[in-house]
Design a protein around this ligand. Structure first.
Ligand code: ATP
Ligand code: MG
Length: 247
């Protein structure tokens, strides 16, 4: 099983949109687990479900198994570990290594080809637990100055996490989102990221497509029901590029 963490501490940078589209695109051919680690529960909504008040992915921090939270989605090969809506991470002390431990004890890797984790826009136990199991981290970012700053901060968080646990550094990819080639700041920010991290780290950008917002209303990603949309094509290409990097 390959685990892909979609992360950026900056809010509203299309983490959930990316996680949901990637998971459903992969589920066309593979068995996929989507972990909604953001208590907002937007990834759960994106695949036609709801965040749970009783049992969700965050329940692992309360001593439950991850697999106890699994529910099927409208997509055949896509299983969801929904968000636990009112989980307050700050009520708990040291929560490191919990997800890694669950993966191992519950043999999660035997059941899925891919695991996609949507994380909250904070540097907390959910992000740290996710980084500990990541084969790859995708950082979606909106190409403007603070977007570039946020990518830099995510890189440092990933390196810090790998160093403090003596772990291999995950494959890191940067995905420009909501990109408009006619806006100078977008082009300049892309160049900056290329200079800072190298062009090999960059995926082909995702353009602006309002249908990507609409998909949450319908509980089904654009990749399945909007045959001719730009967003669909962009996320398809992104998935292909990511699979190449993971192989
Ligand atoms: N390519 C796009 N074109 C147009 N709108 C987009 C695109 N990508 C994302 N959006 C919209 O931007 C908003 C933020 O996206 P999303 O919720 O995926 O970000 P996020 O990083 O998960 O946010 P949060 O930090 O709150 O978890 C949403 O309303 C989403 O529908
Ligand atoms: Mg989100």
């Amino acid at each position: 099983m390959k685990t892909v963490v979609v992360s950026n501490r900056k809010g509203g940078s299309a983490k959930t949109t990316t996680a949901v589209n990637l998971a459903t695109e992969l589920a066309k051919k593979h068995s996929v687990l989507l972990i909604d680690f953001d208590t907002q529960g937007h990834a759960s909504i994106g695949v036609g479900c709801e965040p749970s008040e009783l049992r969700g992915a965050h329940s692992i921090f309360l001593g439950q198994n991850l697999s106890e939270s699994f529910i099927p989605t409208v997509h055949k090969n896509l299983t969801l570990a929904p968000a636990l809506e009112f989980f307050d991470v700050y009520e708990y002390a040291d929560l490191r290594g919990v997800l890694k431990n669950r993966f191992k004890r519950e043999h999660i890797a035997d059941f899925f080809d891919y695991c996609i984790i949507d994380t909250p826009p904070t540097f907390d136990a959910m992000l740290k637990n996710s980084l500990e199991v990541a084969d790859a981290v995708v950082i979606p970012f909106v190409p403007h100055h603070l977007g570039v700053v946020a990518v830099n901060q995510m890189f440092r968080a990933i390196l810090q996490s790998a160093n403090s646990f003596n772990q291999k550094i995950a494959e890191i990819g940067i995905l420009p989102v909501m990109f408009n080639p006619h806006i100078n700041e977008h082009k300049e920010s892309l160049k900056k990221v290329e200079t800072l991290f190298g062009s090999s780290k960059l995926f082909t950008p995702i353009g602006v497509d309002i249908k990507l917002s609409k998909m949450f209303e319908f509980g089904s990603p654009i990749v399945l029901n909007e045959k001719r949309s730009k967003g669909m094509k962009d996320y398809k290409l992104f998935t292909t590029e990511l699979l190449k990097r993971l192989s």
